[in-house]
Design a protein around this ligand. Structure first.
Ligand SMILES: [Cu+2]
Length: 158
């Protein structure tokens, strides 16, 4: 009986926060070499209701922007975007070759296995903002990155 009560309580608490928060999965940051001043953060976002990733911050970078990478005339180009649209319940991928959180003016080298703090700001249709704090694991370039991603890196000048 006690278990049932507790389980119900947990379910209530969890569903409340799940409803309010955008789920962030598999967040990672590309590790850097010394003197490198910028890198990218990648993750999968699933919003419970239509919303938008509008801002990102990190204590390891002086400037953080939301970028989109696209092939234009066979050249991989990236540009800052106002945000990433997150349709309700649909997982949206921030990945090499697509959307990413650009960390610039880095305060130091990002080493593999570092835990990089990221603050993500989302805005719902009602213009209500919500902030999600995460820690993204740094992964090195020489790690098991997919081949397609490695190919993009040669054209994408961080
Ligand atoms: Cu970028």
């Amino acid at each position: 009986m006690k278990h049932t009560v507790l389980a119900t309580l947990i379910a209530t608490v969890c569903s409340t926060s799940a409803f309010a928060q955008v789920a962030v999965k598999d967040a990672w940051v590309r590790a850097t070499v010394p003197q490198q001043t910028a890198t990218g953060a990648f993750m999968q976002l699933t919003a419970p209701a239509d919303s938008k990733l509008i801002e990102a911050k990190s204590s390891i970078a002086g400037i953080v922007e939301i970028h989109e990478m696209k092939m234009e005339n066979n050249v991989m180009k990236m540009r800052a975007v106002e945000g990433v649209v997150l349709p309700a319940g649909k997982a949206v991928e921030l990945k090499p070759g697509g959307y990413h959180v650009m960390l610039m003016d880095l305060k130091g080298q990002v080493k593999a296995d570092d835990r990089v703090p990221l603050t993500l700001v989302f805005e719902g249709r009602d213009k209500k903002r919500e902030t999600v704090e995460i820690k993204a694991a740094a992964r090195s370039l020489t790690g098991a990155a997919p081949k397609a991603a490695a190919k993009d890196d040669r054209q994408h000048k961080y």
